[in-house]
Design a protein around this ligand. Structure first.
Ligand code: GLC
Length: 630
């Protein structure tokens, strides 16, 4: 049995990431962290990596499953470019697994401020962890089996969120569905095309001027009626909730929050203000128990309308700008005006206007009342999305204990996995993001996030029909399966790709037929603290070839998946560490089987074909329109 030790530097804040606490040892008494040197600057931990070691973990980050060769910064950010040159995305999931044939080590760095993981970026063989703050708790374990280290980590951070079973269906979303007619049109489009639909998401457009917990009564004159009408068709409506509360007289959430002192405050005690979608907002201090309870209670308005699912957004939290900084920008621009615009001034001009959002300096200007201490936001920045989602989940237990409610968030920290799932934010309609989607899944699982998925088809930029098809062929295996797109991009509801609509219908039915297996494996992974998606290197430790396989995953006990992620490809290479049965599905009833030996294979996969590989000792049987996998 492996065991985590808890080794403490300084006086860390309790984040409640870990629920089964090992006894804490002070850094000095413990003799530090095995294998890690504390740098002279005292904020850097150094670990020398062997060439043979792989480094996995860090949840939702850019690049591959093996994190070696880049610098990742845990600093929850509204980053709309998920390109490989970025360092931070929306989450902070500070769990690392370092392993090779000689053994494995796992480390969770529990500190809610910024942490830099330089994994062979500055020095190829050196893993360097830099802390913004010296106060941190390290959970450390070693052993021979990396999977056992993951399972034990998952045990101490507590069970993953279990969504309602219907949340394994297929959902359609788009920023820009303006009114109930738009929603009905989408549903009708799916009905006419014969493509099953289980959820429709309501983006910010449903609200009255983007005010949380309000409904635009002109666009949605009878939301409870619409909820009922949709439920009769088996469709759940899932509204978005944003972190910021609009500053507007007469808006009860704002007025009550101000009166009770529930918003984050500046140094001088004034409520902190910044702009997001609604214009100027205050941020509920979800780190404060009372304010969190109050904010959670607000979800009641929508629960009472029959709503049974939510997505929490902009909870890094995103700041479009603060008035103070905007003033400063205008002042500097005024100074520049009329001067000769040489290249340096031109750059300055660009910098001034291009970087006004979510500035580190702005995060240093407001405070939380956290466990009785006044804590500056930047010190606990990475907890905001976690605690906002926790506010909702705790409220659901109080307000609707008998109802099963879907909940997922954009920003997260380890610990939030007990309260909700995550989607991976504003990706793009790029083939590379299809692969990124696959590579993020096991890393999210390691950190407890089982209910997760990406915006299928891509959020930003224009989706092509073949990208959508190939992406559906991956998302049909992810617990959260949602097609979502940004305002202004090409429409990408599945029925819009008319010629392929029958194929899409077949694939969504195939997804439905796979739900019994997916759900059973999800529940098992949750109960046994296992991965739902396992990288091959963890499953076949003695096979050196699989160490670099980054585009195939095991799904549960019985299956392997290997989606096509290259445009115009009509197949792909796969590597099989053991003999497997390839089931190539065009629909639940139209498929062929091929027995494959261990080794390399090129598999033909037409655009409408999905490959499911069945591992030895397991079976996949199709009876009528059900699929049973054992
Ligand atoms: C954010 C979300 C995105 C949503 C948009 C408008 O960018 O990540 O999913 O559509 O805000 O609410």
């Amino acid at each position: 049995m492996v065991q985590y030790r808890k080794i403490i530097l300084g006086d860390p804040l309790e984040t409640e990431a870990v629920v089964e606490q090992p006894e804490a040892e002070q850094w000095e008494e413990a003799g530090g962290l095995p294998g890690f040197l504390l740098g002279r600057e005292k904020k850097i931990l150094r670990y020398k990596m062997r060439d043979s070691q792989l480094v996995y973990g860090l949840g939702e980050t850019v690049r591959g499953i093996n994190k070696r060769g880049w610098k990742y910064v845990s600093d929850c950010s509204d980053e709309t470019n998920h390109t490989e040159d970025r360092n931070s995305l929306y989450a902070a999931q500070n769990f690392l697994l370092i392993f090779d044939e000689q053994g494995a080590q796992a480390l969770f760095v529990d500190t809610p401020g910024r942490v830099i993981f330089d994994i062979g970026f500055t020095h190829a063989a050196s893993l360097e962890i830099t802390l913004d703050d010296l106060d941190a708790a390290f959970y450390y374990a070693e052993g021979s089996d990396p999977l056992e280290l993951i399972r034990e980590f998952r045990r101490i951070i507590g069970p993953s969120y279990l969504p309602p079973k219907w949340a394994f269906g297929y959902g359609q979303s788009r920023w820009g569905y303006k009114n109930e007619q738009d929603i009905r049109r989408v549903v009708e489009g799916y009905e006419k095309a014969g493509i099953p639909l289980d959820m429709v998401y309501l983006d910010i457009d449903y609200m009255d001027h983007f005010k949380d917990f309000t409904v635009d009564s002109e666009a949605f004159p009878d939301l409870p009626g619409l909820v009922r009408e949709m439920k009769e068709k088996g469709i759940h409506l899932i509204p978005i909730i944003d972190a910021g509360v609009k500053i507007e007289d007469g808006y009860p959430v704002y007025e009550e929050g101000v009166k009770e002192g529930y918003f984050c405050k500046k140094e001088d005690g004034e409520d902190f203000r910044a702009a997001v979608w609604p214009g100027l907002v205050h941020f509920p201090d979800v780190l404060n128990d009372k304010a969190r309870e109050w904010f959670g209670d607000q979800y009641r308005t929508l629960l009472d309308m029959g709503i049974d699912g939510f997505w929490n957004d902009m909870n890094e939290p995103t700041l479009f700008y603060t008035e103070e900084h905007l003033e400063e920008v205008f002042r500097r621009l005024e100074e520049l005006r009329g001067q000769e615009m040489d290249i340096w001034k031109f750059f300055e001009f660009g910098d001034l206007t291009g970087s006004i959002s979510s500035r580190a300096e702005d995060y240093q200007t407001f405070y939380h009342d956290f466990r009785g201490r006044k804590v500056r936001h930047d010190k606990v920045h990475n907890l905001y999305g976690y605690y906002m989602t926790r506010a909702a989940a705790e409220a659901f237990r109080r307000l609707a204990p008998d109802r099963e409610i879907l909940l997922f968030s954009r920003s997260s920290y380890v610990g939030m996995h007990r309260y909700g799932g995550v989607w991976t934010g504003d990706n793009k309609s790029w083939w590379s993001h299809l692969l990124l989607n696959l590579q993020q899944l096991p890393a999210l699982n390691m950190c407890g996030f089982l209910y997760s998925g990406a915006d299928t088809g891509g959020f930003g930029s224009d989706c092509t029909e073949d990208l959508m098809m190939r992406w559906v062929e991956l998302s049909m295996f992810t617990p959260l399966f949602r097609n979502h797109a940004a305002l202004g991009t090409r429409v990408q509801e599945l029925y819009r790709f008319e010629e392929l609509a029958p194929d899409f219908a077949n694939l969504i039915r195939l997804r439905h037929a796979l739900i019994p297996y997916l759900y059973e494996q999800f529940v098992r992974a949750r109960e046994e603290n296992d991965l739902l998606f396992t990288p091959l290197a963890l499953a076949y430790p003695s096979d050196r070839r699989v160490r670099t396989v980054e585009d195939q995953l095991l799904l549960g006990d019985a299956l392997m998946i290997a989606p096509v992620y290259i445009q115009n490809a009509v197949g792909r290479y796969v590597y099989l560490p053991e003999p497997m049965t390839l089931c190539r599905f065009r629909s639940v009833t139209d498929y062929d089987r091929l027995e494959l030996s261990a080794g390399d294979h090129y598999i033909d996969l037409a655009l409408n074909e999905v490959a499911i590989f069945v591992r030895p000792g397991h079976t996949l049987e199709v009876t009528g329109d059900t699929i049973s996998i054992r």
